[in-house]
Design a protein around this ligand. Structure first.
Ligand code: ZN
Length: 416
């Protein structure tokens, strides 16, 4: 261990080790549980899902989770390399080669850090798509599309994040004590702006959207929207099949710009009545104000994070404790990004629990405004076609899953 490791550094290391070990242990439990239940389809699904399909789901879940363990270990190694390993310090020296102290140098440090972190992730993303997803028949991406996505992702990320980072650094330098309050307000406002332009400006860079054309489905959906008292500008179909065979549906934008997007893959998997039930579930999230509640919650959390950053930035031990010798506003921002996750690790199961509560509520809403039987058959098809496991490890599921296990959801819907 480093001879002059600061108590804060020791605390951070302890949190990192605890979080990493817990994640690895949960993943190991999940694989063990899924493999142990590989032999037979759970009773509730016996008539709907064939043994071969159940076994494919088990193998797919095990393969994904084993790979996630590599990802967890790599993430910890990358964090150590950037902090104690001198990575951030080195990038600072690179940025200082041709720039003097100021906003531009800060932006170069942030951009270099994001670039290096993305390049480290790239081979892992490649393996996930072209080895794991491909082995189970889900990958539809070409190598050209993968590379184009990576370049576009970096370019879009730079266009979106660098202006905000510049503003935050400027606020830190100019506003003194309460900069974090202004930076928080600016970040929340900017986040709303990005969500507002996303459906028309950002998402079309990656996918093609076309109006939903199936007349029967369109009519059903319009009747449902009317029943639920819902106004929406666009019902869109997205070419999700360019990248993956997994199906999905989502809401995007807000206010007048909100639209409902169905993956073409979902429309192929489900019949119109099932699509209607899935849409009713999505409308439930909206009508029950889940989306607004989440936005308020995440804004409140980011206020706490900005306050913490404002406090830590003034502490020399924050930098020295994590192996950084060149403090600056930009350095504080990137260092905070690496230092935070091990300390907020236990917020994840709380967030997942909150999300599962909303999923149950949205299912209830769907059962009232569409057919619960259609939602059940849609869920079974989606679990089957996406090879999602029906037998997750209960602890792993409680910790991570944003959606309740299929067995629990379907049991509640059948009671409705
Ligand atoms: Zn949902």
């Amino acid at each position: 261990m480093h001879p002059d490791l600061h108590p804060f550094g020791i605390l951070f290391l302890a949190a990192l080790v605890a979080a990493t070990a817990t994640r690895l242990w949960l993943a190991w439990r999940h694989v063990r549980h899924v493999v142990a239940h590989r032999g037979s389809v759970p009773a509730a699904f016996a008539g709907e899902i064939a043994l071969a399909e159940h076994q494919k789901a088990a193998d797919y879940s095990a393969a994904k989770t084993r790979f996630a363990m590599v990802d967890v270990a790599l993430g910890a190694a990358v964090t150590l390399a950037f902090t104690f390993g001198g990575g951030l310090e080195l990038l600072h020296q690179v940025s200082a080669l041709w720039l003097s102290e100021g906003i531009a140098r800060g932006l170069v440090l942030i951009a270099l850090t994001a670039l290096v972190a993305t390049l480290i992730d790239l081979p892992f993303d490649y393996y996930r798509a072209f080895v794991i997803e491909a082995r189970f028949g889900f990958n539809k991406m070409t190598r050209g599309l993968f590379l184009a996505d990576a370049f576009k992702g970096l370019a879009v990320g730079a266009c979106l994040l660098l202006p905000l980072a510049a503003l935050i650094i400027w606020l830190i330098r100019e506003l003194g004590e309460y900069w974090w309050l202004y930076a928080w307000a600016a970040t929340v406002a900017y986040g709303l702006f990005v969500q507002f332009i996303a459906p028309t400006v950002i998402q079309p860079l990656f996918n093609k959207f076309s109006p939903m054309d199936d007349p029967e489905l369109k009519q059903r959906v319009e009747r449902l929207l009317e029943r639920c008292g819902f106004k929406v500008k666009g019902l869109m179909k997205m070419d999700g099949s360019r990248r993956s065979a997994h199906g999905n549906a989502y809401f995007t934008g807000f206010g007048n710009a909100k639209r409902i997007v169905f993956f073409d893959t979902l429309l192929q998997q489900l019949n119109p009545a099932e699509v209607e039930a899935v849409l009713a579930h999505e409308l439930g999230h909206f009508k029950l104000k889940h989306i607004v509640k989440r936005m308020v919650l995440s804004s409140a959390m980011s206020l706490a994070f900005f306050w913490a950053l404002g406090f830590l930035m003034k502490q020399p031990w924050f930098f020295a404790g994590l192996g950084v010798a060149s403090p600056s506003p930009a350095m504080a921002l990137v260092l905070f990004m690496f230092a935070l996750p091990p300390f907020t690790f236990l917020l994840q199961p709380l967030g997942a629990m909150y999300s599962r509560k909303h999923e149950f509520e949205a299912d209830q809403y769907a059962a009232q405004h569409a057919s619960s039987g259609d939602l059940v058959s849609a869920l079974i098809k989606l679990y089957r076609d996406n090879a999602s496991t029906l037998t997750p490890d209960p602890l792993h599921s409680a910790f991570y899953d944003s959606h309740p296990p299929a067995v629990a959801r379907i049991a509640r819907l059948q009671k409705a």
